[in-house]
Design a protein around this ligand. Structure first.
Ligand code: DX5
Ligand code: ZN
Length: 239
């Protein structure tokens, strides 16, 4: 299944999972979005996390496919689109055309999740499922064969800069066990309130891909210091 994954998204088979940092560009300076994404690539980010919001599934409204398409030629990093939208299956082809290698849909927005994931994979790219804090890991128990990634939300979606919900570490551990038992190559990602004080516990709970917006964009030392510090803290926590 991992054959679809872009180079940076290859799931490591090494005993210590490779800790990947996926900056969310929600806090970026939108007047300089291209420069910001180039800076993230130069700073060693593993992928760009696009928080796509439709003003319906969540109140906020953010990146349409044309914005992502405009940035695509500027960086070689993989793009993952976190579709916080109703009817993500309707939008999926446009975000693939825009250059996203991975689309993450919310289980809560997909009454036909199995069909939606199959449709995304039929577009030739990777598929992920995001779980809101109240949604149990069991929501994806019967679609793991269609997942390249599961995203455990550690905030309620819609905004950046929120407080990390530590109780989600139990769900991360449940998810990690389900993935291990499935024998599928599935990345476990977390998103929301990830910073140097929370990433260690998330890594110990089983997460290996970390979305960080505020922690990257608000770091006094800049992108590279922020990304290096996050990756080191996560790796140290599991070593
Ligand atoms: C929230 C988004 C998150 C958020 C992360 O709906 O999915 O990606 O922007 O931002 P921080 O890292 O600031 O919590
Ligand atoms: Zn996100």
């Amino acid at each position: 299944m991992a054959q679809h994954l872009a180079p940076n998204m290859q799931v490591s088979n090494s005993p210590t999972p490779n800790m990947q940092i996926a900056p969310s560009v929600l806090p970026a300076d939108f007047a300089r979005l291209g420069e910001e994404c180039i800076g993230l690539e130069q700073a060693g980010a593993n992928r760009i996390h696009w928080d796509v919001m439709d003003g319906r599934f969540v109140p906020n409204l953010t990146f349409g496919p044309d914005i992502i398409a405009a940035i695509r030629p500027l960086v070689s990093l993989p793009f993952e689109a976190h579709l916080m939208t109703e009817e993500p299956h309707e939008l999926a082809p446009r975000y693939v055309e825009a250059g996203c290698e991975l689309l993450i849909v919310h289980a809560e927005a997909c009454p036909h999740l199995h069909r939606t994931l199959g449709a995304i994979r039929d577009l030739g790219i990777d598929a992920g499922v995001a779980l809101n804090p109240a949604t149990p890991a069991s929501a994806v128990a019967h679609v793991l064969d269609l997942c390249n990634l599961v995203l455990v939300m550690t905030v309620n979606p819609g905004w950046g800069g929120q407080r990390y919900i530590a109780s989600m570490e139990n769900k991360m551990a449940d998810m990690k066990a389900m993935i291990a038992a499935s024998s599928h190559n599935i990345e476990l990602e977390v998103d929301g309130g990830i910073d140097n004080s929370t990433i260690g516990a998330a890594a110990q709970a089983g997460a290996e891909v970390f979305v960080a917006g505020s922690a990257v964009f608000n770091h006094a030392g800049g992108f590279q210091s922020a990304i290096n510090q996050l990756r080191t803290t996560a790796a140290t926590a599991v070593s």
